[in-house]
Design a protein around this ligand. Structure first.
Ligand code: MIC
Ligand code: SF4
Length: 755
């Protein structure tokens, strides 16, 4: 399977030249992040200095990766761009739509039947436009990309927020909405506000129970779910060099949970070993030839405070394993304090299910370390108290760990091996739970633990830890158990202690696979038909959104004032709704159903101002839309945190919402709103949130003069006849304002096509 050696050669050929140009502009030592960003500036940008956190910059990414649940919308948009093939190497990965129920084989058969029309659509559209297609069962996008496509110093965008996983191989890899992917595949530049930089200096070396996962669990605790917004996190230091490439991948992957644009490690020996071990010796050789450009300058790492906007130091030698949660990935507990936290907060202490795997943690190293714990359960006559599932990240890993006996070990401990897919991580889990109102606890080695995410049950307390800690707690069936200090009673009534996990970074016998699950596109796809059934409930061709009417937007009804955390899982839930990801009208029926209404603290229950009745959010929006009235959504901090799914922006657009007004946005969601021609606005004074009342009618003024950096005005017409107004901010640049005016970025591409 081609990993585009020619493309990589071309990138490296230009590296020295581009970085030299950057040095002339920046005129001081460069971080790795700056080198890669400067090496990927779109032609014409190269001679400008870029102000971090301020300037919007056009980039030329080398690759695009899409997963099935977001690729549908991305490719439906791409089909409207009128191009014969994609402009940069691109792949589609079928991973999100497989539901975990019984086990890998059966679940895959069911998925192939149930999702047939979607897979047929994705396979045919990929075939037509020159896109590589990874079949269901091949693995999770980020793991497959790491094994096949990621390369040091490259730049990739992907329609999934955990795309940064490839930072483990020294690539700038950024999660985006489908519309952004569509632009890049159509040969256009990709725009990003030049990020600020956080440097994380790692010293020492991991040992015992601590693993790479604990680095990011700790960083999440320090920076919180908002702290990385607008930043790229660059890891360096001796400790960084000591981590395996896949361990680095885990850290970068979960950097999505702190809102970071992406995270990255410099090219080193560990990355070279991984490239060679996954059949890419040529890339390692090419990278060796330009290796001074694939890491930050020495001066930078010697004196990081002078070059990064923020610096964090972590000593791996003293790092404790962590457990984060529940309900948010940044609530970080060192293992030694976790049991107390569980008791003091009244979280259910009995652990019901432990789940390992996912795109974050399913490397050979992860599996072998977790298996070393599972094996002890068997050898020491311990019976696992909780259920246990394993989702391998790719067929390459699955085949290899099966060969090496690890899957067998898990099964002897009572584990169920699920398909190489997202499964429970994204709510594709038919959990055999009896009473959904009962508070219960689960622990995973995944990255997110938002309410209702894994099993759709808001009473499930989900915690996140490393695969080895998850395995140990699963054996104990008790969140109060600390494997580092406590003993367990085995079936002979003896007290036994678990030894520290042992693992292997790379398989001694090398990786092996029979069928990795790749399908190359046709050489000439012009005659290929894209398969879309127009009567389908799962796929719907897109209609262009309407352009802006050219005047201030008046008379909007407040649809919902969301209280507290409002992630993309709250805005457009996944799990059972994933099946409608290619059908905008049908998926719109999940719009904001997870968000809490500020006025009554209920979910999916808002006042319809037209008849005074309370009803579901989507139905209320549809009622306003049918009456020809626009609406507005108000939200709290970090609105749209989490996923890259642009459905969270397209659904409100489709249902007549004109603006989203919040205290702050998560990056990808804010861009998605702009791309779809929505107004994404922020309170200039967060206290203005309190002025919004349930029966408000709202105007947005200043639009005739909509320009970069200039606030707009919100006018509230309260039900008692009073009116008040205040300024709101936005981050639209001139081009983004054009998207708003045209009714969405795609309308502009379309117009270009006609011209
Ligand atoms: C996730 O982890 O939330 C997902 C599901 O992978 C999403 C993508 C999606 O919603 O399809 C993501 O992280 O972007
Ligand atoms: Fe899939 Fe979970 Fe990874 Fe998202 S975080 S890509 S749902 S495994």
């Amino acid at each position: 399977m081609a990993f585009d050696l020619d493309m990589i050669k071309k990138v490296y050929d230009n590296y020295g030249i581009r970085i030299k140009a950057a040095r002339n502009v920046v005129n001081k030592p460069l971080t790795l992040t700056e080198k890669i960003l400067y090496a990927h500036l779109w032609e014409g940008n190269a001679s400008q200095a870029q102000e971090r956190g301020v300037t919007y910059v056009d980039f030329a990414p080398d690759r695009v990766a899409m997963q099935d649940a977001t690729a549908q919308m991305a490719l439906l948009q791409f089909m409207q761009a009128g191009r014969p093939t994609v402009a940069v190497p691109s792949t589609v990965h079928c991973d999100h739509l497989i539901q975990a129920k019984v086990g890998a084989d059966e679940d895959l058969v069911t998925a192939n039947t149930q999702n047939k029309e979607v897979y047929d659509f994705l396979a045919s559209v990929s075939n037509k436009y020159g896109i590589g297609f990874w079949k269901p069962g091949a693995g999770i996008i980020h793991q497959v990309v790491l094994e096949n496509y990621a390369f040091p110093g490259g730049m990739m965008i992907g329609t999934d927020s955990h795309t940064p996983n490839a930072g483990g191989l020294g690539m700038i890899a950024i999660g985006v909405g489908g519309a952004d992917a569509c632009d890049v595949m159509a040969g256009l530049a990709w725009e990003l506000k030049f990020p600020k930089l956080i440097g994380v200096k790692l010293s020492g070396k991991l040992s015992g129970w601590a693993s790479a996962k604990d680095v990011i669990l700790k960083v999440a605790g320090i920076l919180t779910v908002k702290g990385g917004t607008g930043h790229i996190v660059e890891y360096f230091g001796e400790g960084a060099k000591s981590l395996s490439a896949t361990g680095k991948g885990t850290i970068c992957n979960m950097g999505a949970e702190i809102g970071a644009t992406t995270s990255i490690f410099g090219y080193d020996e560990k990355i070279a070993i991984y490239l060679k071990g996954t059949g890419r010796e040529e890339i390692a050789n090419l990278a060796d030839a330009v290796k001074e450009h694939l890491t930050g300058d020495e001066e930078v790492y010697a004196n990081p405070q002078a070059y990064f906007d923020q610096v964090i130091e972590i000593d791996l030698s003293t790092l404790e394993p962590h457990v984060n949660g529940p309900f948010t990935p940044d609530m970080a507990w060192p293992l030694s304090q976790f049991a107390t936290a569980v008791r003091e907060n009244g979280w259910p202490q009995t652990l019901e299910v432990g789940l390992i795997g996912s795109c974050t943690n399913s490397s050979y190293e992860d599996i072998s370390r977790a298996a070393s714990i599972a094996k002890q359960a068997v050898d020491k006559h311990l019976v696992a108290k909780a259920e246990f599932t394993i989702t391998p990240g790719s067929e390459l890993v699955r085949y290899t760990v099966e060969r090496d006996g690890y899957l067998n070990t898990f099964e002897s401990m009572g584990g169920v091996v699920l398909a190489n897919a997202c499964g429970p991580c994204i709510g594709q889990w038919a959990r055999h739970s009896t009473d959904p109102t009962r508070k219960n606890s689960i622990i995973t080695s995944f990255n997110r633990n938002f309410k209702s995410r894994n099993d759709g049950n808001p009473n499930t307390h989900a915690f996140v830890a490393s695969p080895e800690v998850v395995t140990a707690l699963t054996i104990a069936g008790d969140l109060g158990f600390n494997p580092m200090t406590d003993t367990l009673t085995n079936s002979n009534g003896e007290q036994v202690k678990l030894d520290e996990p042992q693992g292997l970074e790379m398989p001694v016998k090398g990786f092996a696979v029979e069928d990795a699950g790749y399908q190359a596109p046709a050489e000439d796809g012009s005659a290929v038909n894209v398969l879309v059934d127009l009567k389908s409930a799962r796929l719907q061709l897109l209609e262009p959104f309407k352009a802006w009417e050219g005047s201030d937007i008046k008379g909007l009804k407040l649809l919902i004032k969301a209280k507290g955390k409002c992630t993309t899982d709250h805005i457009s839930m996944a799990g059972p709704w994933l099946k409608f990801r290619g059908h905008l009208d049908n998926i719109s029926n999940n719009m904001l159903i997870g968000a809490t209404n500020f006025f009554n603290e209920k979910t999916d229950n808002v006042k319809n101002q037209l008849n005074g009745e309370y009803g579901a959010v989507p139905a209320t929006a549809r009622a306003y839309k049918a009456a020809g009235i626009g609406s507005i959504v108000v939200g709290d901090e970090n609105y749209g945190e989490g996923s890259s799914r642009e459905h969270a922006a397209m659904e409100p657009r489709h249902l007549g919402v004109r603006a989203i007004l919040v205290k702050s946005f998560a990056r990808i969601h804010e861009t998605n709103l702009k791309k779809q021609g929505m107004l994404g606005l922020t309170f200039s004074d967060a206290n203005d949130y309190d002025r919004i009342l349930e029966n408000d009618t709202i105007d947005i003024t200043g639009l005739n003069d909509f320009s970069p950096g200039k606030p707009l005005t919100i006018v509230l017409h309260h039900a008692d006849g009073n009116t008040e107004s205040f300024h709101v901010n936005h981050t639209y640049n001139q081009q983004q304002i054009e998207w708003f005016k045209a009714g969405g970025a795609l309308n502009i591409i379309r117009m270009g096509q006609k011209a």
